[in-house]
Design a protein around this ligand. Sequence first.
Ligand code: C5P
Length: 275
Amino acid sequence: MRYPAPAKLNLFLHVTGRRADGFHDLETVFQLIDLCDELQISVRKDGDIRREPAPSSAVLASLADADDLTVRAARLLQQASGSTHGADLHVDKRIPAGGGLGGGSSDAATVLLVLNRLWELHWPRARLAELALELGSDVPVFIHGKTAFGRGRGEELTPLQLPPRWYLIVDPGVAVATRSVFNAPELTRDTPALKIAALPAGGGRNDCEAVVRQRYPEVARVLDLLAPWGGRMTGSGACVFAAADSREALQAPATAASAFWRTFVARGLDHSPIL
Ligand code: C5P
């Protein structure tokens, strides 16, 4: 069996405060898109959690088992549930890793959702989402599987119906360390909270963008090239996207960007295909 794990874009990302637990309070819209990793997951009777066959991407191959979010998700659920089952996990990677598209988080969410079923745990989604937050701030949205407004670390979610849109995503090919962006002294951390859980009138902005633009010249180049199309960074970078009402409207920026960088065109989704 093959199971999808969709990517997300942060249509805007406001940092509204710093918290005592070391994280930041955010406001964002997570837009799910139809750019997906694909996982193969099967049950092992011996209780082992294994990545098999060999990891399919250079990024995954460079990770130790203990750092791979799919392995960590399976181990966490096994521990928390006391299940004696194990799993074989294999990821066909299509979502650029470390690009702010939530690929690793979505892979982890798909593992939790599928093993919840295959191990016959019958945990409600809210309980899975709580466990998911231990793996990362972006994992719960993929458990709920809906395009949503997010608050807190991104786990307080309100589903949103947005008009159907297409997205051009450009991968600058550099890896941005999320932690270093959030730790940057120059990060704006006092954007006022919105009154309603919706896309702000003007579209809002990504507060991480100024920090990343300054530190990663390649991201600045992509942002400059996509500026006429309203290019914006997703998450803490490095990927940059532009939105339009049709695929055709993205043809010009796609052609311009693909001369230098890897590009993707994806459609917005209301629901994750895993549901
Ligand atoms: O939750 P996640 O593992 O994605 O977070 C990585 C790092 O990014 C955290 O250790 C923290 O430094 C920073 N972060 C934050 N506030 C958030 C999300 C992430 O400060 N809401």
